[in-house]
Design a protein around this ligand. Structure first.
Ligand code: CTP
Length: 399
Protein backbone atom coordinates (compact mmCIF):
# COMPACT_ATOMS: atom_id res chain seq x y z
CA UNK A 1 0.00 0.00 0.00
CA UNK A 2 1.78 3.11 -1.24
CA UNK A 3 -1.23 5.43 -1.68
CA UNK A 4 -0.15 8.98 -2.42
CA UNK A 5 3.57 8.25 -2.11
CA UNK A 6 5.78 9.98 -4.65
CA UNK A 7 8.51 7.79 -6.07
CA UNK A 8 11.22 9.00 -8.41
CA UNK A 9 12.80 6.11 -10.27
CA UNK A 10 16.25 6.80 -11.73
CA UNK A 11 17.39 4.27 -14.32
CA UNK A 12 20.98 4.04 -15.51
CA UNK A 13 22.52 1.93 -18.27
CA UNK A 14 22.43 -1.77 -17.48
CA UNK A 15 20.64 -4.74 -18.95
CA UNK A 16 18.62 -4.85 -15.70
CA UNK A 17 16.88 -1.66 -16.87
CA UNK A 18 14.29 -3.83 -18.59
CA UNK A 19 13.06 -4.89 -15.11
CA UNK A 20 12.06 -1.28 -14.44
CA UNK A 21 8.90 -1.68 -16.48
CA UNK A 22 7.64 -4.34 -14.04
CA UNK A 23 8.86 -2.29 -11.09
CA UNK A 24 7.04 0.85 -12.26
CA UNK A 25 3.87 -1.18 -12.64
CA UNK A 26 4.16 -2.57 -9.10
CA UNK A 27 4.49 0.93 -7.66
CA UNK A 28 1.63 2.37 -9.67
CA UNK A 29 -0.64 -0.57 -8.81
CA UNK A 30 0.09 0.01 -5.13
CA UNK A 31 -1.17 3.59 -5.44
CA UNK A 32 2.17 5.44 -5.73
CA UNK A 33 2.79 8.35 -8.06
CA UNK A 34 5.84 7.53 -10.16
CA UNK A 35 8.12 9.73 -12.24
CA UNK A 36 10.98 8.20 -14.19
CA UNK A 37 14.40 9.66 -14.88
CA UNK A 38 16.51 7.82 -17.39
CA UNK A 39 20.10 8.18 -18.63
CA UNK A 40 20.90 8.07 -22.35
CA UNK A 41 22.50 4.63 -21.97
CA UNK A 42 19.48 3.25 -20.10
CA UNK A 43 17.25 4.15 -23.05
CA UNK A 44 19.10 1.47 -25.05
CA UNK A 45 17.78 -1.17 -22.66
CA UNK A 46 14.23 -0.03 -21.91
CA UNK A 47 11.90 2.14 -23.95
CA UNK A 48 10.97 5.54 -22.46
CA UNK A 49 7.57 5.10 -24.11
CA UNK A 50 6.95 1.91 -22.10
CA UNK A 51 7.96 3.67 -18.88
CA UNK A 52 5.89 6.77 -19.68
CA UNK A 53 2.85 4.59 -20.37
CA UNK A 54 3.24 2.53 -17.21
CA UNK A 55 4.07 5.49 -14.94
CA UNK A 56 1.37 7.68 -16.58
CA UNK A 57 3.94 10.50 -16.61
CA UNK A 58 6.45 11.80 -19.15
CA UNK A 59 9.91 10.30 -18.75
CA UNK A 60 12.71 12.77 -17.96
CA UNK A 61 16.09 12.37 -19.62
CA UNK A 62 17.45 15.73 -20.77
CA UNK A 63 18.25 19.00 -19.04
CA UNK A 64 16.66 20.77 -21.98
CA UNK A 65 13.33 19.26 -23.03
CA UNK A 66 12.94 20.80 -26.49
CA UNK A 67 14.55 23.33 -28.76
CA UNK A 68 12.38 26.11 -27.29
CA UNK A 69 14.74 26.08 -24.34
CA UNK A 70 12.30 24.53 -21.83
CA UNK A 71 14.34 22.74 -19.17
CA UNK A 72 13.70 19.95 -16.70
CA UNK A 73 14.03 21.27 -13.20
CA UNK A 74 16.14 18.68 -11.36
CA UNK A 75 15.77 20.56 -8.07
CA UNK A 76 11.98 20.36 -8.31
CA UNK A 77 12.11 16.67 -9.14
CA UNK A 78 14.29 16.05 -6.11
CA UNK A 79 11.92 18.05 -3.90
CA UNK A 80 8.82 16.39 -5.34
CA UNK A 81 9.89 12.87 -4.44
CA UNK A 82 9.28 11.12 -1.10
CA UNK A 83 11.84 8.55 -2.20
CA UNK A 84 14.41 8.42 -5.01
CA UNK A 85 15.29 4.90 -6.15
CA UNK A 86 18.26 4.55 -8.48
CA UNK A 87 17.84 1.11 -10.04
CA UNK A 88 19.70 -0.24 -11.83
CA UNK A 89 22.65 1.74 -10.60
CA UNK A 90 25.49 1.00 -13.06
CA UNK A 91 29.20 1.02 -12.09
CA UNK A 92 29.54 4.30 -13.96
CA UNK A 93 26.60 6.02 -12.20
CA UNK A 94 27.71 4.58 -8.86
CA UNK A 95 31.16 6.03 -9.29
CA UNK A 96 29.83 9.44 -10.29
CA UNK A 97 27.39 9.46 -7.34
CA UNK A 98 30.27 8.67 -5.00
CA UNK A 99 32.34 11.54 -6.39
CA UNK A 100 29.80 14.29 -6.97
CA UNK A 101 30.06 14.18 -10.75
CA UNK A 102 27.07 15.73 -12.41
CA UNK A 103 27.05 15.20 -16.17
CA UNK A 104 23.44 14.11 -16.67
CA UNK A 105 19.97 14.84 -15.31
CA UNK A 106 19.88 11.76 -13.07
CA UNK A 107 23.09 12.79 -11.33
CA UNK A 108 22.06 16.43 -11.00
CA UNK A 109 18.81 15.27 -9.40
CA UNK A 110 20.73 12.94 -7.09
CA UNK A 111 22.94 15.80 -5.92
CA UNK A 112 19.99 18.08 -5.25
CA UNK A 113 17.51 15.53 -3.82
CA UNK A 114 16.36 16.15 -0.25
CA UNK A 115 14.50 12.86 0.11
CA UNK A 116 15.93 9.45 1.08
CA UNK A 117 17.75 7.65 -1.76
CA UNK A 118 17.89 3.91 -2.45
CA UNK A 119 20.45 2.55 -4.90
CA UNK A 120 20.40 -0.93 -6.40
CA UNK A 121 23.64 -1.72 -8.25
CA UNK A 122 23.68 -3.96 -11.30
CA UNK A 123 26.86 -4.87 -13.13
CA UNK A 124 29.10 -7.72 -14.10
CA UNK A 125 30.81 -9.83 -11.43
CA UNK A 126 34.35 -8.45 -11.74
CA UNK A 127 33.15 -4.87 -11.96
CA UNK A 128 31.09 -5.39 -8.83
CA UNK A 129 33.94 -7.00 -6.91
CA UNK A 130 36.51 -4.40 -7.98
CA UNK A 131 37.81 -2.53 -4.91
CA UNK A 132 36.89 0.83 -6.45
CA UNK A 133 33.23 -0.24 -6.84
CA UNK A 134 33.16 -1.60 -3.30
CA UNK A 135 34.71 1.63 -2.02
CA UNK A 136 32.15 3.68 -3.96
CA UNK A 137 29.28 1.68 -2.44
CA UNK A 138 30.65 2.33 1.05
CA UNK A 139 31.04 6.02 0.24
CA UNK A 140 27.43 6.31 -0.91
CA UNK A 141 26.21 4.42 2.16
CA UNK A 142 28.24 6.94 4.14
CA UNK A 143 26.19 9.74 2.54
CA UNK A 144 23.11 8.21 4.21
CA UNK A 145 21.75 6.44 1.12
CA UNK A 146 20.30 2.92 1.33
CA UNK A 147 22.12 0.13 -0.47
CA UNK A 148 19.97 -2.57 -2.06
CA UNK A 149 22.36 -5.44 -2.43
CA UNK A 150 22.52 -7.23 -5.77
CA UNK A 151 21.70 -10.92 -5.97
CA UNK A 152 24.14 -13.61 -6.97
CA UNK A 153 23.33 -15.59 -10.08
CA UNK A 154 24.09 -15.92 -13.74
CA UNK A 155 24.97 -12.55 -15.20
CA UNK A 156 24.56 -11.23 -18.75
CA UNK A 157 28.25 -12.02 -19.44
CA UNK A 158 27.71 -15.66 -18.50
CA UNK A 159 29.73 -15.26 -15.30
CA UNK A 160 28.09 -16.43 -12.10
CA UNK A 161 28.22 -14.38 -8.89
CA UNK A 162 26.92 -11.18 -7.30
CA UNK A 163 25.98 -8.29 -9.57
CA UNK A 164 22.42 -9.03 -10.60
CA UNK A 165 20.07 -6.21 -9.61
CA UNK A 166 17.61 -7.10 -6.84
CA UNK A 167 14.30 -8.23 -8.32
CA UNK A 168 11.53 -5.63 -8.73
CA UNK A 169 9.48 -7.42 -6.03
CA UNK A 170 12.37 -7.13 -3.56
CA UNK A 171 12.84 -3.44 -4.27
CA UNK A 172 9.07 -2.97 -3.97
CA UNK A 173 9.03 -4.71 -0.58
CA UNK A 174 11.93 -2.60 0.69
CA UNK A 175 10.08 0.50 -0.46
CA UNK A 176 6.90 -0.57 1.26
CA UNK A 177 8.78 -1.36 4.47
CA UNK A 178 10.43 2.08 4.31
CA UNK A 179 7.09 3.87 4.01
CA UNK A 180 5.40 1.72 6.64
CA UNK A 181 8.22 2.57 8.99
CA UNK A 182 7.80 6.26 8.37
CA UNK A 183 4.00 6.29 8.80
CA UNK A 184 3.04 8.66 11.63
CA UNK A 185 0.39 6.36 13.21
CA UNK A 186 2.31 3.13 12.66
CA UNK A 187 1.39 0.42 15.22
CA UNK A 188 -1.30 2.56 16.83
CA UNK A 189 -4.73 1.10 17.65
CA UNK A 190 -7.49 3.58 16.99
CA UNK A 191 -11.14 3.10 17.87
CA UNK A 192 -13.50 5.23 15.80
CA UNK A 193 -17.28 5.52 15.94
CA UNK A 194 -19.33 6.83 13.04
CA UNK A 195 -22.87 7.37 11.87
CA UNK A 196 -26.15 7.59 13.78
CA UNK A 197 -27.74 5.12 16.16
CA UNK A 198 -31.31 3.90 15.74
CA UNK A 199 -33.40 3.43 18.86
CA UNK A 200 -36.25 1.03 18.21
CA UNK A 201 -39.80 2.01 19.17
CA UNK A 202 -41.46 -1.08 17.77
CA UNK A 203 -40.45 -3.69 15.12
CA UNK A 204 -40.70 -1.14 12.27
CA UNK A 205 -40.04 2.27 13.79
CA UNK A 206 -37.10 3.92 15.40
CA UNK A 207 -35.74 7.24 16.62
CA UNK A 208 -32.69 8.20 14.57
CA UNK A 209 -30.83 11.22 13.27
CA UNK A 210 -29.40 12.52 10.02
CA UNK A 211 -25.77 11.56 10.56
CA UNK A 212 -24.39 10.01 7.36
CA UNK A 213 -21.21 8.56 8.87
CA UNK A 214 -19.09 10.34 6.23
CA UNK A 215 -16.94 12.25 8.72
CA UNK A 216 -16.11 9.14 10.76
CA UNK A 217 -15.39 7.11 7.63
CA UNK A 218 -13.07 9.83 6.31
CA UNK A 219 -11.21 9.81 9.63
CA UNK A 220 -10.97 6.01 9.57
CA UNK A 221 -9.52 6.00 6.05
CA UNK A 222 -7.09 8.86 6.71
CA UNK A 223 -5.81 7.34 9.95
CA UNK A 224 -5.55 3.89 8.34
CA UNK A 225 -3.47 5.36 5.51
CA UNK A 226 -1.24 6.85 8.20
CA UNK A 227 -0.56 3.32 9.46
CA UNK A 228 -3.08 2.93 12.31
CA UNK A 229 -5.09 -0.22 12.94
CA UNK A 230 -8.70 0.84 13.11
CA UNK A 231 -11.75 -0.63 14.80
CA UNK A 232 -14.62 1.26 13.19
CA UNK A 233 -17.85 0.88 15.16
CA UNK A 234 -20.58 2.27 12.98
CA UNK A 235 -24.29 2.79 13.23
CA UNK A 236 -26.63 2.25 10.27
CA UNK A 237 -25.08 3.73 7.11
CA UNK A 238 -24.96 2.88 3.42
CA UNK A 239 -21.29 3.81 3.22
CA UNK A 240 -18.79 1.17 2.22
CA UNK A 241 -15.18 0.94 3.29
CA UNK A 242 -12.49 -1.45 2.20
CA UNK A 243 -9.06 -1.05 3.72
CA UNK A 244 -6.71 -3.72 5.04
CA UNK A 245 -6.17 -1.74 8.27
CA UNK A 246 -9.87 -1.20 9.04
CA UNK A 247 -12.07 -3.67 10.91
CA UNK A 248 -15.70 -2.62 10.62
CA UNK A 249 -18.16 -3.46 13.42
CA UNK A 250 -21.78 -2.68 12.51
CA UNK A 251 -24.23 -1.82 15.27
CA UNK A 252 -27.72 -0.34 15.38
CA UNK A 253 -28.52 1.11 18.80
CA UNK A 254 -26.67 3.26 21.32
CA UNK A 255 -26.59 0.28 23.70
CA UNK A 256 -24.88 -1.88 21.05
CA UNK A 257 -22.44 0.90 20.26
CA UNK A 258 -21.68 1.25 23.96
CA UNK A 259 -21.05 -2.48 24.31
CA UNK A 260 -18.75 -2.69 21.27
CA UNK A 261 -16.81 0.44 22.17
CA UNK A 262 -16.17 -0.81 25.70
CA UNK A 263 -15.08 -4.21 24.37
CA UNK A 264 -12.39 -2.52 22.28
CA UNK A 265 -11.37 0.24 24.69
CA UNK A 266 -8.57 -1.38 26.68
CA UNK A 267 -6.51 -2.01 23.56
CA UNK A 268 -7.10 1.40 22.04
CA UNK A 269 -4.42 4.08 22.05
CA UNK A 270 -6.75 6.68 20.55
CA UNK A 271 -10.54 6.94 20.45
CA UNK A 272 -12.45 9.22 18.08
CA UNK A 273 -16.17 9.42 18.95
CA UNK A 274 -17.60 10.95 15.82
CA UNK A 275 -20.87 9.01 15.98
CA UNK A 276 -24.08 10.91 16.62
CA UNK A 277 -25.19 8.66 19.46
CA UNK A 278 -28.83 9.02 20.47
CA UNK A 279 -29.11 10.71 23.84
CA UNK A 280 -32.47 9.07 24.60
CA UNK A 281 -33.99 5.68 23.88
CA UNK A 282 -37.52 4.31 24.45
CA UNK A 283 -38.00 2.79 27.89
CA UNK A 284 -39.81 -0.11 26.30
CA UNK A 285 -39.70 -1.49 22.78
CA UNK A 286 -43.13 -2.68 21.79
CA UNK A 287 -42.91 -6.25 20.52
CA UNK A 288 -45.71 -5.53 18.05
CA UNK A 289 -46.26 -2.66 15.68
CA UNK A 290 -47.95 0.17 17.58
CA UNK A 291 -51.45 0.78 16.16
CA UNK A 292 -52.73 4.28 15.70
CA UNK A 293 -55.34 4.57 18.46
CA UNK A 294 -56.59 7.84 19.87
CA UNK A 295 -55.14 11.19 18.91
CA UNK A 296 -51.87 11.20 20.87
CA UNK A 297 -49.07 8.80 21.52
CA UNK A 298 -46.87 9.23 24.56
CA UNK A 299 -43.40 7.72 24.29
CA UNK A 300 -41.43 7.35 27.44
CA UNK A 301 -37.69 7.86 26.83
CA UNK A 302 -34.73 7.26 29.04
CA UNK A 303 -31.17 8.56 28.76
CA UNK A 304 -28.63 6.38 26.99
CA UNK A 305 -25.21 5.88 28.53
CA UNK A 306 -22.90 8.71 27.55
CA UNK A 307 -20.22 6.49 26.04
CA UNK A 308 -17.61 9.20 25.75
CA UNK A 309 -18.10 10.33 29.35
CA UNK A 310 -17.63 6.73 30.47
CA UNK A 311 -14.44 6.45 28.39
CA UNK A 312 -13.21 9.67 29.98
CA UNK A 313 -13.82 8.27 33.49
CA UNK A 314 -11.95 5.05 32.72
CA UNK A 315 -9.11 6.61 30.77
CA UNK A 316 -5.72 4.97 31.29
CA UNK A 317 -3.41 5.73 28.37
CA UNK A 318 -5.95 6.69 25.69
CA UNK A 319 -6.12 9.93 23.78
CA UNK A 320 -9.82 10.83 23.62
CA UNK A 321 -11.29 12.90 20.80
CA UNK A 322 -14.93 13.93 20.94
CA UNK A 323 -17.28 15.81 18.66
CA UNK A 324 -19.79 18.48 19.51
CA UNK A 325 -22.60 19.68 17.35
CA UNK A 326 -23.93 22.93 18.66
CA UNK A 327 -26.43 25.49 17.49
CA UNK A 328 -25.81 28.19 20.10
CA UNK A 329 -23.21 29.21 22.64
CA UNK A 330 -20.99 26.92 20.66
CA UNK A 331 -17.53 27.59 22.01
CA UNK A 332 -18.51 27.55 25.69
CA UNK A 333 -20.52 24.34 25.24
CA UNK A 334 -17.68 22.60 23.40
CA UNK A 335 -15.14 23.58 26.06
CA UNK A 336 -17.49 22.47 28.84
CA UNK A 337 -17.83 19.05 27.13
CA UNK A 338 -14.07 18.74 26.65
CA UNK A 339 -13.57 19.21 30.41
CA UNK A 340 -16.56 17.24 31.68
CA UNK A 341 -15.79 14.20 29.52
CA UNK A 342 -12.02 14.32 30.20
CA UNK A 343 -11.11 14.71 26.52
CA UNK A 344 -7.84 15.65 24.84
CA UNK A 345 -9.46 17.28 21.81
CA UNK A 346 -12.95 18.27 20.82
CA UNK A 347 -14.09 18.96 17.28
CA UNK A 348 -16.87 21.49 17.12
CA UNK A 349 -19.20 21.49 14.12
CA UNK A 350 -21.58 24.35 13.94
CA UNK A 351 -24.96 23.90 12.31
CA UNK A 352 -24.93 27.63 11.66
CA UNK A 353 -22.39 27.11 8.89
CA UNK A 354 -24.06 26.81 5.52
CA UNK A 355 -22.86 23.81 3.43
CA UNK A 356 -21.37 22.10 6.47
CA UNK A 357 -22.86 19.30 8.50
CA UNK A 358 -24.31 15.86 8.59
CA UNK A 359 -25.10 14.66 5.10
CA UNK A 360 -22.85 16.73 2.83
CA UNK A 361 -19.31 16.24 1.60
CA UNK A 362 -17.97 19.27 3.47
CA UNK A 363 -17.50 20.31 7.02
CA UNK A 364 -16.37 23.39 8.87
CA UNK A 365 -14.85 22.70 12.24
CA UNK A 366 -13.06 24.33 15.12
CA UNK A 367 -10.72 22.13 17.12
CA UNK A 368 -10.12 22.82 20.81
CA UNK A 369 -7.27 21.36 22.78
CA UNK A 370 -7.21 20.62 26.51
CA UNK A 371 -5.11 23.74 27.02
CA UNK A 372 -7.96 25.80 25.57
CA UNK A 373 -6.04 26.43 22.33
CA UNK A 374 -8.50 26.94 19.51
CA UNK A 375 -7.95 26.36 15.79
CA UNK A 376 -10.76 27.42 13.47
CA UNK A 377 -10.76 25.95 9.96
CA UNK A 378 -12.39 27.00 6.74
CA UNK A 379 -15.12 24.98 5.05
CA UNK A 380 -13.42 21.99 3.41
CA UNK A 381 -14.06 18.40 2.39
CA UNK A 382 -14.49 15.84 5.14
CA UNK A 383 -11.30 14.16 3.92
CA UNK A 384 -9.40 17.42 4.36
CA UNK A 385 -10.93 17.85 7.84
CA UNK A 386 -9.70 14.32 8.66
CA UNK A 387 -6.19 15.39 7.56
CA UNK A 388 -6.36 18.40 9.92
CA UNK A 389 -7.42 16.13 12.75
CA UNK A 390 -4.51 13.80 11.93
CA UNK A 391 -2.09 16.74 12.29
CA UNK A 392 -3.53 17.57 15.72
CA UNK A 393 -3.24 13.94 16.77
CA UNK A 394 0.39 13.72 15.62
CA UNK A 395 1.16 16.84 17.66
CA UNK A 396 -0.47 15.28 20.73
CA UNK A 397 1.47 12.05 20.25
CA UNK A 398 4.73 13.99 20.17
CA UNK A 399 3.87 16.35 23.00
N1 CTP B 1 -21.68 10.77 22.81
C1 CTP B 1 -21.53 9.54 23.41
N2 CTP B 1 -22.58 8.90 23.96
C2 CTP B 1 -23.78 9.44 23.95
C3 CTP B 1 -23.97 10.71 23.36
C4 CTP B 1 -22.89 11.35 22.80
O1 CTP B 1 -20.41 9.04 23.41
N3 CTP B 1 -24.80 8.79 24.49
C5 CTP B 1 -20.50 11.45 22.21
C6 CTP B 1 -20.62 11.78 20.77
O2 CTP B 1 -20.11 10.74 19.94
C7 CTP B 1 -19.79 13.04 20.63
C8 CTP B 1 -20.00 13.70 21.96
O3 CTP B 1 -20.36 12.69 22.87
O4 CTP B 1 -18.41 12.76 20.50
C9 CTP B 1 -21.12 14.69 21.87
O5 CTP B 1 -21.44 15.07 23.16
P1 CTP B 1 -22.93 15.31 23.64
O6 CTP B 1 -22.86 15.70 25.07
O7 CTP B 1 -23.84 14.22 23.29
O8 CTP B 1 -23.29 16.45 22.74
P2 CTP B 1 -24.65 16.69 22.18
O9 CTP B 1 -25.24 15.48 21.54
O10 CTP B 1 -24.45 17.85 21.35
O11 CTP B 1 -25.43 16.85 23.52
P3 CTP B 1 -26.10 18.09 24.20
O12 CTP B 1 -26.73 18.85 23.12
O13 CTP B 1 -27.00 17.44 25.14
O14 CTP B 1 -24.99 18.84 24.87
Amino acid sequence: MLEGKKILLGISGSIAAYKCAAMTRLFVKAGAEVQVLITANAADFVSPLTLATLSKNPVHSQFVKNNQGEWTNHVELGLWADLFIIAPCSANTLSKMANGICDNLLLATYLSAKCPVFFAPAMDLDMYLHPSTQANIQKIIGYGNTFIEPNAGELASGLVGPGRMAEPEEIFEKTQAFFNHSLPLRNLNVLITAGPTYEAIDPVRFIGNNSSGKMGFAIAETFANAGAHINLVCGPTHLKINHPNIKRIDVTSAAQMHQNVMANYTNADVVVMSAAVADFTPVQISSEKIKKQGTDLQLSLTKTTDILAELGKNKTKQILIGFALETNNEEANALEKLKRKNLDLIVLNSLQDKDAGFAGENNKVTIFEKTGKKTAYELKTKNAVAQDLLKHLIQLLHA
